[in-house]
Design a protein around this ligand. Structure first.
Ligand SMILES: NC(=O)c1ccc[n+]([C@@H]2O[C@H](COP(=O)([O-])OP(=O)(O)OC[C@H]3O[C@@H](n4cnc5c(N)ncnc54)[C@H](OP(=O)(O)O)[C@@H]3O)[C@@H](O)[C@H]2O)c1
Length: 296
C-alpha cells in the first residue's frame, strides 16, 4: 500500500555539498532523525572526516560519503553511478552544493563555473537519479536556491558570461535557474509521488564566498559577522526533507520553513522550459566541450 504519511527515519537521503556550511548541518540533523545519509563533496579527505563527525554526533553508523567534483559532468555521472551501485532506493535528494566566484572560472567541460556547479549539477544529478526517486516514492527533491534569485535574470544569449561576467550576476542567474528548474521538474513529476521544492536558507555564515581572494575574500568574513549560524541556515532544508505536513506539496518556494512567492521571472513557464531544453543539451557529453557562450 502506498505510504500516506512521512517520516524521514530509515529513509535514504543524498545531500550534495555536505562537508561544510548548510549542507553539513542538514546532513547531521537528518542523521540525528534516523535517516541514512549519503554526503557528496569534492574532497575524499573532508568527506571522510565529516562522515566520522556526523556518525559520532548522531550515533548513526549508516552515514556514507561519495567524493565527486560536481562542477564536471563526468563527476556528476560518477557520483550517480556510485550511489546506484550502493543503493536501490533514494527518498530525498538535496541539491545543495554551490558557490560564488569572483573571477570567471571554466570547468572541465568548458562551462562557466557558477552555472555548471549551481545549476547544471542540480539538473544532471536529478536526471540521473530520477527513476530511483520515482521507484522509491513517496520521495522529495529539495533544491537549495537563494533570495538572490529575485535580482537574477536569465541571460539566454550569454548564459556562460562569455561576453560579460559579474560574479553576482552569474550567482543570481544560477539561483533563478534553481527555481525555474524546480518548477519545471515539479510539472514533470506530477502523479509520481515525488515532490520538488526550492528554498532560501537565509544569509548564513559558511564557507560561502571565502574561496575567493581579493575584495570578496576580505569582505565575506566581515559580512558573516551579521549572518545566521549554519544551524539556523539548515532549518528550511531539514524542514522540506522531514515535515509530514508538506506531503504532496510540490513546485513551491520556501524560506523560514514557510512557502513564499518567488520572483515574477521564476513563474515564466517559457523560460522554465527554455532552460530545461538548453540544460538537456549542455549535459550531453557526446559533442566536443563548448568553450564559448551557449546561445539558445
Ligand atoms: N551561505 C549563504 O548565505 C547562502 C545564502 C543563500 C543560498 N545559499 C546556498 O546554499 C548552498 C550551500 O552553501 P553554503 O553557504 O553552505 O556554502 P559552503 O559553506 O561554501 O559549502 C559548500 C559545499 O559545497 C561543496 N562543493 C563546492 N564545490 C563543489 C564541487 N565542485 N563539487 C562538489 N561539491 C562542492 C563544498 O565541499 P568541498 O569544498 O569539500 O567540495 C561544501 O561542502 C549553496 O547552494 C548556496 O548557493 C547560501
Amino acid at each position: 500500500m502506498a505510504e500516506t504519511s512521512w517520516n524521514v527515519k530509515d529513509k535514504i537521503v543524498l545531500v550534495t555539498g555536505a562537508t561544510n556550511g548548510i549542507g553539513k548541518v542538514t546532513a547531521l540533523r537528518l542523521a540525528e532523525q534516523g535517516a541514512h545519509v549519503v554526503i557528496v563533496s569534492r574532497s575524499a579527505q573532508k568527506c571522510a572526516a565529516v562522515t566520522e563527525e556526523i556518525r559520532a554526533q548522531s550515533g548513526d553508523a549508516g552515514v556514507e560519503w561519495i567524493a565527486a567534483d560536481l562542477s564536471s559532468l563526468a563527476g556528476i555521472e560518477e557520483a550517480a553511478a556510485e550511489f546506484r551501485a550502493r543503493h536501490q532506493q533514494l527518498h530525498v535528494l538535496i541539491n545543495n552544493a554551490g558557490g560564488v566566484f569572483a573571477r570567471r572560472l571554466v570547468t572541465a567541460d568548458g562551462y562557466e563555473m557558477t552555472f555548471a556547479l549551481n545549476h547544471l549539477s542540480y539538473f544532471r544529478l536529478t536526471e540521473l537519479l530520477r527513476d530511483l526517486l520515482v521507484a522509491s516514492a513517496p520521495a522529495r527533491i529539495v533544491n537549495v536556491s537563494s533570495d538572490a534569485h529575485y535580482g537574477g535574470a536569465m541571460n539566454f544569449d550569454d548564459l556562460m558570461g562569455v561576453k560579460r561576467y559579474s560574479s553576482w550576476g552569474a550567482y543570481s542567474q544560477s539561483k533563478l535557474a534553481n527555481v525555474l528548474f524546480t518548477y519545471a521538474l515539479a510539472r514533470r513529476l506530477e502523479g509520481t509521488g515525488v515532490t520538488a521544492n526550492a528554498l532560501h536558507p537565509g544569509f548564513v555564515a559558511t564557507g560561502f564566498g571565502r574561496n575567493n581572494g581579493g575584495l570578496m575574500g576580505m569582505v565575506m568574513p566581515l559580512a558573516h559577522l551579521f549572518a545566521l549560524k549554519p544551524d539556523k541556515g539548515a532549518e528550511t532544508s531539514v524542514y522540506l526533507a522531514t515535515a509530514p505536513d508538506i506531503m504532496g506539496v510540490s513546485g513551491k518556494y520556501f524560506a523560514d520553513c514557510r512557502q513564499k512567492e518567488s520572483s515574477k521571472a521564476s513563474y515564466d513557464v517559457a523560460a522554465q522550459e527554455r532552460l530545461w531544453s538548453v540544460s538537456e543539451q549542455l549535459v550531453q557529453r557526446v559533442a566536443a566541450p563548448s568553450t564559448s557562450g551557449v546561445a539558445a
